[in-house]
Ligand binder design. Structure first.
Ligand code: XMP
Length: 522
């Protein structure tokens, strides 16, 4: 987050040493209504500390080793502010190293994954933590503290981390070897709550406050320049557009690329919401013919994605070039996208599907990126959308893939098949809404299958397409399970689709989880 001292909130400073999960610390604190700012360790100096005057400091984890010459350190002043400090993983090690303890690496005491910490002594930090004598935590460390600094005592140990939880109650300095910010440390929240109350920090932070600060930041970054935002009709780009519009008004122009692969009524909904309700300058780039002509006859999923990605970039560029003096391209990138793209670059992950986005566009067009949602998680984006008064039904919408219906139409794409699919999908979603199930499901859609089957309707033979219905529960789309509809619902929905949609005479329900399946069919 940019430096922005806001006097009405107590500030907690997170010194970032480069952990993949530093943002999760901020998220846990925001959940507790605490205002915090993350700053890279290099930027934490006297000026910053004076300006923020934090009431507490957290030292994050990080990939380096304190035993390496030139590895990151916290500014000495951090330890002389007289405020409580919590060191996490690398943060613990750096704190011990700087305060007179010792850290060793590579002596067979690394720990990755689940571990159990045993209580040694009581501490204010652990109030309500050790209900049972051993508490589950998530470790991820190669180095370990081999000697604690003067003034510190041990509160908890694990088999491979004798100094799993340590502290100096006089100075209110605490340090843990594990990551309390991740989901797999179930009582991490309690630890943060205790730390906040030790620091006497007021819990007054809200999403409304976040919005106000984000608006100031956008104004500062953009100045009097112009911004282009690609709207997809999805929640993320819509919230980003509404936020930027609130910040800079008509300096923002949205470009909505209609590739002809949207769901029933979707293009009109987006246009009427943004152009008519919000008065946001909006270019409706209706390029469905271009996309559908190029996709004609293509059946390979990756080829479809590549065609759509390439055309999208060209089309977007064509329309964006019409906006004079545009200097920024806004994107609804969320924090999980940021983590994924980092691990994708450095990690051994294989590409299962080349997700279509506008990657590469900013460089190609010489634009700077504006990503006001970069620090947020999906549910926080929804809460921000609510603050921005976007309609509730819109904010709660299921995710929709960039390539749209193209990847829900296995085999060759034709305009006829797309139309049949649109209708079947609309009936299915209507059923889900009528039965009050929409919000219980993470994502639901119909796909039209590349087979025709024989049926009998009235007294006649039919030879029409089969469709499949998909509905999954998930937290982040990375893993998923099928939604357990009851048979009555499935029967009623199948009957409605067959009666109301000409071209479909058979309906199936997909009960594959992810893995081994994926959510989409292609
Ligand atoms: P899969 O099918 O990979 O989907 O299990 C996980 C989530 O990602 C969405 N998805 C995409 N989103 N471009 C996107 O923007 C794509 O090419 C794409 N493929 C899948 C999918 O709808 C689900 O929410």
């Amino acid at each position: 987050m940019a430096c922005m001292k806001n006097n009405s909130y107590d500030c907690l400073l997170i010194v970032d040493f480069g952990s993949q999960v530093t943002q999760l610390i901020a998220r846990r604190l925001r959940e507790l209504n605490v205002y915090c700012e993350i700053h890279p360790y290099q930027n934490v100096n006297q000026n910053l500390l004076k300006r923020l005057s934090p009431k507490a400091i957290i030292l994050s984890g990080g990939p380096d080793s304190v035993t390496r010459d030139g590895s990151p350190r916290a500014h000495d002043l951090v330890y002389n502010m007289g405020v409580p400090i919590l060191g996490i993983c690398y943060g613990q090690q750096v704190m011990m190293h700087q305060l007179g303890g010792e850290v060793k690496s590579g002596t067979g005491t690394s720990e990755f994954g689940k571990a159990f910490v045993e209580k040694k002594n009581s501490s204010d930090l652990l109030e309500g933590w050790f209900d049972i004598e051993k508490e589950q935590v998530w470790m991820s460390h190669g180095d370990h503290v081999s000697k604690i600094a003067p003034g510190f005592e041990v509160f908890g140990t694990s088999p491979n981390a004798p100094y799993a939880i340590i502290g100096d109650e006089k100075r209110h300095f605490y340090a843990v070897q594990f990551h309390p910010e991740v989901h797999h440390t179930p009582k991490g929240r309690i630890m943060f709550e205790n730390f906040i109350s030790i620091a006497n920090i007021k819990k007054t932070w809200t999403m409304d406050a976040y919005k106000e600060i984000a608006i100031k930041k956008i104004r500062k970054q953009v100045g009097s320049k112009k911004v282009i935002c690609g709207l997809s009709g999805g929640v993320d780009s819509s919230v980003a557009a509404a936020l930027i519009h609130e910040a800079i008004g008509d300096q923002l122009t949205c470009v909505f690329v209609d590739h002809g692969l949207l769901r029933q009524g979707e293009a009109n909904e987006v246009i009427s919401m943004f152009r008519d309700n919000y008065n946001i300058p909006l270019i409706h780039a209706d390029e469905s013919d271009l996309f559908l002509n190029e996709l004609d006859g293509q059946s390979d999923p990756e080829t479809k994605r590549k065609i759509i990605g390439r055309l999208f970039v060209n089309v977007f560029q064509k329309y964006a070039n019409k906006i004079e003096n545009a200097e920024f391209l806004a994107q609804g990138t969320l924090y999980p996208d940021v983590i994924e793209s980092v691990s994708f670059k450095g990690g051994p992950s294989v590409t299962i599907k080349s997700h279509h986005n506008v990657g590469g566009l900013p460089e190609k067009m010489g634009l700077k990126l504006l990503e006001p949602l970069r620090e947020l998680f999906k549910d926080e984006v929804r809460a921000l959308g609510q603050e921005l008064k976007l309609p509730k039904e819109f904010i709660g919408r299921h995710p929709f893939p960039g390539p749209g219906l193209a990847i829900r139409c296995p085999g060759k794409i034709t305009r006829d098949k797309l139309e049949i699919l649109r209708q079947a999908d609309a009936v299915y979603i209507d059923q889900i809404r009528k039965h009050g199930l929409y919000d219980e499901i993470w994502q639901a859609f119909a796909a039209i299958l590349p087979v025709r089957t024989v049926g009998v309707m009235g007294d006649g033979r039919t030879y029409d397409y089969a469709c499949t219905l998909r509905a999954v529960t998930s937290v982040d789309g990375m893993t998923a399970d099928y939604y357990p509809f009851n048979h009555e619902f499935l029967g009623e929905t199948a009957t409605r689709i067959i009666n109301e949609v000409e071209g479909i005479n058979r309906v199936t329900y997909d009960i594959t989880s992810k893995p081994p399946g994926t959510i989409e069919w292609e």
